[in-house]
Design a protein around this ligand. Structure first.
Ligand SMILES: Nc1ncnc2c1ncn2[C@@H]1O[C@H](COP(=O)(O)OP(=O)(O)O)[C@@H](O)[C@H]1O
Ligand SMILES: [Mg+2]
Length: 268
């Protein structure tokens, strides 16, 4: 039988350090006295797309937000365990969060362009880093918009407000804003759930292209999407990592009964 998607399969449990983008060791997280993540241990491979799936409330957004310490913004959050990115534990006290968040970009469900021009949106982070040279900004804006597959649609209207763009264009703009900072990891939290099917397809194709540049972690409640776009899939249930393997195996031959029940729609 002809296999459409030949995927190289890595051994996730023994993934060598040089192929690991994120190593999670015994990660626990609680909000106040509510325990949300329990002893998560996993290695997320470089230049691959890894999907996080599971019922609403199981901790997908919380887990992905640990990868650039967005949970720090929540007052009562307490994190234990280590997350190794680029050879360092990003949970350490002295971690520089603005550097971390430029290395690990994040895109949310609702496109959130800033109320300013398309151009200013894309170079927002670069300006915060103190880059002022027009030429340098122009080049970075063009590059990021090309990488986000949006350049052709906006190159003649860069100075129009970002709010004039369609939802799908806004989502690609937000991706371009993250890409301008040359992140090594891109976190996408249900990036297409507010978009129509056609626009969703454009974003999925974009992801497949972007993994050449960075590692992608995507939260999705859409299992078709997870099996279509991701190389690896992690299934979470009530804050525990139940099963994590290459997506072909997880969706066709899951090891655990809980995973099977979820992917066959017995609950969820
Ligand atoms: N700021 C918060 N304070 C308290 N509990 C929270 C907070 N954010 C999320 N939670 C709880 O943590 C659990 C996991 O939430 P979340 O990570 O958003 O789930 P998912 O993205 O899988 O739907 C849920 O029970 C949710 O109610
Ligand atoms: Mg969520």
């Amino acid at each position: 039988m002809l296999k459409l998607f030949e995927r190289e399969q890595l051994n996730l449990a023994k993934l060598p350090e040089e192929q690991t983008a994120i190593e999670v060791r015994d990660l626990c997280l609680r909000f106040g006295d509510k325990h949300v993540l329990h002893n998560i241990t996993m290695r997320i491979p470089k230049h691959r797309i890894t999907a996080l799936i599971g019922q609403s409330g199981c901790g997908k957004s919380t887990l992905i937000s640990c990868f650039n310490r967005m949970n720090d913004l929540i007052d009562n959050s307490v994190t234990e365990g280590e997350i190794i990115i680029d050879g360092r534990n990003i949970n350490r006290k002295k971690e520089n969060l603005s550097v971390l968040r430029s290395q690990v970009g994040m895109v949310f469900q609702r496109p959130n362009p800033f109320p300013m021009s398309i151009y200013d949106n894309v170079c927002y982070g670069l300006r915060l880093q103190g880059i002022k040279q027009r030429r340098q900004l122009d080049d970075a804006v063009e590059r990021a918009l090309i990488e986000a597959a949006l350049w052709d649609e906006v190159k003649d209207r860069l100075f129009e407000s970002a709010t004039t763009l369609s939802g799908g264009q806004q989502q690609r703009l937000v991706i371009a804003r993250a890409l301008a900072l040359k992140p090594s990891i891109l976190l996408l939290d249900e990036p297409t759930s507010a978009l129509d099917p056609l626009t969703t397809l454009i974003i999925e194709e974009l992801m497949a292209d972007l993994k050449k540049r960075c590692t992608i972690v995507i939260v999705t409640h859409n299992m078709q999407q997870a099996s279509r776009v991701s190389d690896y899939t992690a299934f979470l249930h009530q804050g525990e990592l139940v099963e994590y393997s290459d997506s072909d195996t997880l969706f066709t031959l899951p090891e655990k009964k809980q995973t099977e029940d979820y992917i066959t729609g017995r609950y969820g």
